[in-house]
Ligand binder design. Structure first.
Ligand code: RET
Length: 267
């Protein structure tokens, strides 16, 4: 016989919700600051500003959704527990999964990569491969988050996402770094620093995912706080570092002939 027990709901508390609101406000402030930084910059030198501001605007919208109770669903897992002297029990867990994160990440991580690829001076082919691998990583991460546990679904998708992540690292660490070094000392050093920072921060995401969404060894509030810290480092801190350095390092300028002029090709 199997005796079902009461379902368990794993929800964010007041602490989680408040954290989401705080990050939402920080992302709005970052968007305003980045817009301000671009004010006196000629349009032809605003590409990093435009890309970086879009990143924090998307994040602000995603955090607004999550803080106000949107962009979240319940993932159901049934856990069977066997006992020695009493009948087996099944235990239903309903855990909140904020799918709005994946919408955010599917838009912002390609833009973050674009910033880095432009800084390195990578070619279109390598940029495209890095971005497509990144989108695969985020979408398969979303499938993993809602995958069922009795089948290879969940950890299969997770494994595919990790392979896609390795492709991203491959493109950036090999091609990106090589191209940046070829641009000369200053840009090479800056790319190594901001790229290394990115690599460390990004690698913590799948680790948090494994502990929180994967094995549920972290409650929903702790998960919110962990991603909040990572998101602040990966977006506003990364963006400020990039834009301020760009301001004082003309070697980071990128040439996109005709792209910003009144019409393409009208130099
Ligand atoms: C998932 C789970 C599946 C395996 C891997 C992941 C990687 C996620 C990353 C996210 C980066 C997010 C950033 C957000 C910006 O604020 C999807 C967690 C590899 C690298 C930088």
């Amino acid at each position: 016989t199997i005796v079902p027990s009461l379902p368990e709901y794993q929800d964010a508390s007041e602490v989680g919700t408040r954290t989401l609101w705080v990050v939402c406000v920080l992302m709005i402030i970052a968007s305003i600051v980045f817009t301000g930084l671009s004010w006196n910059v000629p349009i032809s030198k605003r590409l990093y500003h435009v890309v970086t501001t879009m990143i924090t605007i998307f994040a602000a919208m995603s955090y607004f959704a999550m803080a106000s109770g949107h962009g979240v669903s319940y993932h159901h897992v049934q856990v069977r527990e066997s006992h020695k002297h009493v009948p087996d029990t099944t235990h239903d867990i309903y855990r909140q999964v904020y799918w709005a994160r994946y919408v955010d990440w599917s838009l912002t991580t390609p833009l973050l990569l674009l910033d880095l690829c432009l800084l390195a001076g990578m070619n279109g082919g390598n940029i495209l491969m890095a971005i497509v691998a990144d989108i695969i990583m985020i979408l398969t991460g979303l499938f993993a988050a809602f995958g069922s546990e009795g089948t290879p679904q969940k950890w299969g998708w997770y494994a595919i996402a990790c392979i896609a992540y390795l492709v991203v690292i491959w493109q950036l660490a090999l091609h990106g770094r090589g191209m940046a070094m070829a641009k000369g000392g200053k840009v090479g050093k800056f790319f190594a620093a901001i790229g290394g920072f990115t690599l460390v921060i990004w690698t913590v995401y799948p680790i948090i995912w494994g502990i929180a969404d994967g094995s549920r060894n972290m409650n929903v509030d702790e998960e919110i706080i962990a991603y909040a810290v990572l998101d602040i480092l990966a977006k506003p801190v990364f963006g400020a570092w990039l834009l301020f350095t760009h301001q004082s390092m003309p070697e980071t300028n990128i040439e996109l002939k005709g792209f910003w002029s009144e019409g393409l090709g009208s130099e």
